[in-house]
Design a protein around this ligand. Structure first.
Ligand code: ATR
Length: 274
């Protein structure tokens, strides 16, 4: 039987994951399918029963279910548990394994978009302390960043996130940017600022050193005001679309047996829908 995979969440109709996986299935000429299933929390036990019965090989999980699925999995990857979110499921011998590939996607996107970004990594500034920030923070710590500043509009949330993740994290309010920027080699936006072309007020990118890389996990618009400002300042920038594409790689490989490539063609297919 051809393997079937899905994306669950609500709403799922705007998700680009069916397009990404569908494009790869076609590119590699594989028999298999990937479908969007609009799912609410109370429906998870029934969905996990279908997974365990072998109807699906696995799938992706999006908002608002990334936390809820955790307790339904038979085994959860330690990093996914630390992040507190599962976005990828795999069924093996009737057991469901939960992973988080967002953190891998974040790293792979930087590796592709700004090769060498992690060499001599100085201090890192992460803007935001929510769910998306947690995957980025764990990824950066795992890659060996030694000082990671969490700057959040609500400093209490930064303190809470730093405490719960346990790592080289130092919490601040957003106003700390000016003092930290001269030593930062990477700035990551994990907040929703940038959507609808909004920008951070009072974030002076001129204070960053010339070798700093700036990346955003927002990908609509593709070039957020933060990235535009950084590029205008002559800094290397990496947009957020690559994270979405790269987080899909491990799931596809696990369900369909081929490690897919993130190519300019795939990017163009997805970019055309933004
Ligand atoms: P997600 O799971 O996508 O990270 P979230 O948990 O709601 O969503 O987190 C959103 C992040 O964006 C938070 O860090 C939030 O800051 P607060 O903790 O102060 O709410 C940040 N954020 C959202 N809108 C913002 C704005 N206008 N200015 C600054 N930060 C903002």
């Amino acid at each position: 039987m051809a393997p079937r995979a899905f994306i669950i969440g609500h709403p799922v109709k705007h998700s680009r994951s069916p397009l990404i996986h569908g494009t790869w299935l076609k590119t590699y000429g594989l028999a298999g399918s990937y479908e969007a299933i609009d799912t609410f929390t109370p429906e998870l036990p029934a969905l996990f029963a279908r997974l365990r019965a072998g109807e699906f090989k696995g799938g992706n999980v999006t908002i608002p279910l990334k936390l809820d699925v955790l307790r339904h999995c038979d085994t959860v990857d330690p990093l996914a548990r630390q992040i507190g979110a599962v976005n990828t499921l795999l069924t093996l011998h009737g057991k469901v394994f939960g992973f988080n590939t967002d953190y891998m996607g974040f790293l792979a996107n930087l590796d592709q978009g700004a090769p060498g970004w992690d060499k001599d990594l100085g201090e890192v500034i992460v803007l935001g302390a929510g769910g998306a920030a947690r995957a980025v923070l764990v990824a950066l710590a795992q890659r060996g960043a030694r000082t990671i500043h969490i700057l959040n509009r609500t400093p209490e949330t930064a303190i809470e996130t730093a405490r719960s993740l346990a790592g080289p994290f130092i919490p601040h309010g957003l106003e700390a940017f000016a003092g930290l920027a001269p030593r930062a080699s990477l700035v990551v936006n994990t907040t929703s600022v940038g959507m609808d072309n909004t920008r951070f007020e009072g974030l002076d990118l001129l204070l960053l050193p010339a070798h700093a890389v700036v990346t955003d996990i927002v990908y609509v618009p593709l070039v957020t005001p933060l990235l535009a400002d950084a590029a205008a300042r002559g800094l290397r920038t990496v947009d957020g679309l690559g994270m979405l594409l790269h987080q899909a790689v491990p799931g596809f490989k696990a369900w369909f047996g081929v490690e897919p490539e993130v190519t300019p063609q795939l990017r163009a297919v997805v970019e055309a829908t933004l």
